[in-house]
Design a protein around this ligand. Structure first.
Ligand code: DQA
Length: 139
């Protein structure tokens, strides 16, 4: 099994940015701990602040990976290009949000991506990434 976690814009600032919403932990540290709890899983991580780079990465891994865990950040609420890229590839994509987007501003309640995803996990903090990995490797 090989699973890739893709994080979109501003998620490179986890542990620094709006800690009351997104927590204290930086992603690379969380990723290392997640990897060590799945010793036999090939788990990789990609982050970009650029919409097209996320589209490119989905094309690159979307025909061969076991699954993709995607937190597209604010692009979730704006990007038809990422929605189309998810629809274009056969690999299952699980949408993740660290915060409970439904408890926040109304503009965060709509996802262009969700209908093309296997499922959506939100509101469980960084543990949402683990839950998404679980759902993909259980396939
Ligand atoms: C987020 C929620 C989005 O609305 C926001 O733009 C983010 C992070 C989350 O993980 O909770 O950047 O995807």
């Amino acid at each position: 099994n090989n699973v890739i976690i893709i994080n979109g814009p501003n998620l490179n600032l986890l542990g620094v940015r709006e800690k009351s919403i997104y927590g204290e932990q930086d992603f690379p540290a969380y990723f290392e701990s997640l990897k060590s709890s799945y010793p036999t899983l090939e788990l990789s991580y990609f982050q970009s602040n650029h919409e097209g780079a996320i589209v490119d990465k989905l094309h690159e891994v979307g025909f061969s990976a076991t699954g993709v865990v995607l937190n597209a950040g604010a692009y979730t609420h704006t990007s038809l290009a990422i929605a189309d890229a998810i629809a274009a590839v056969p690999v299952p994509v699980v949408e993740v949000h660290i915060s409970n987007v439904y408890a926040r501003e109304p503009f965060r309640h709509h996802s262009y991506l969700a209908k093309n995803c296997k499922g959506v996990i939100c509101g469980f903090g960084l543990d949402g990434y683990r839950l998404a990995v679980e759902s993909l490797i259980a396939e």
